[in-house]
Design a protein around this ligand. Structure first.
Ligand code: SF4
Length: 92
């Protein structure tokens, strides 16, 4: 195999990779986020406390298929469990 052929093959492979890169970047699912500091401040736990849990709290924002959601008082966090609880649990 000549050096020219090898170089041509390398450029072709690099071109394909560069062409596919935006497809890979834009089809990647958004990464999940947790707000660790706020969770700690509000003593968030992923299990209910007695009958109190996120699904019965007015601050809970249900998520999509996986069941996890968000919370209006914990910004930047989309990993709130429907069965979770924190000291801001609110039904009024
Ligand atoms: S305020 Fe607390 S209990 Fe209510 S949804 Fe948010 S994390 Fe859950």
């Amino acid at each position: 195999m000549s050096a020219n052929l090898t170089r041509r093959k390398l450029w072709k492979t690099a071109g394909i990779a560069l062409t596919l890169m935006p497809i890979v970047v834009f089809t990647r699912p958004a990464s999940a986020q947790t707000n660790t500091a706020m969770r700690a401040e509000l003593k968030y736990q992923s299990t209910p406390k007695d009958d109190m849990k996120c699904t019965t709290c007015l601050e809970f924002v249900p998520g999509k298929a996986d069941g996890l959601g968000a919370c209006k008082v914990i910004p930047g966090d989309d990993e709130i469990s429907p069965d979770g609880y924190c000291i801001r649990w609110n039904t009024m």
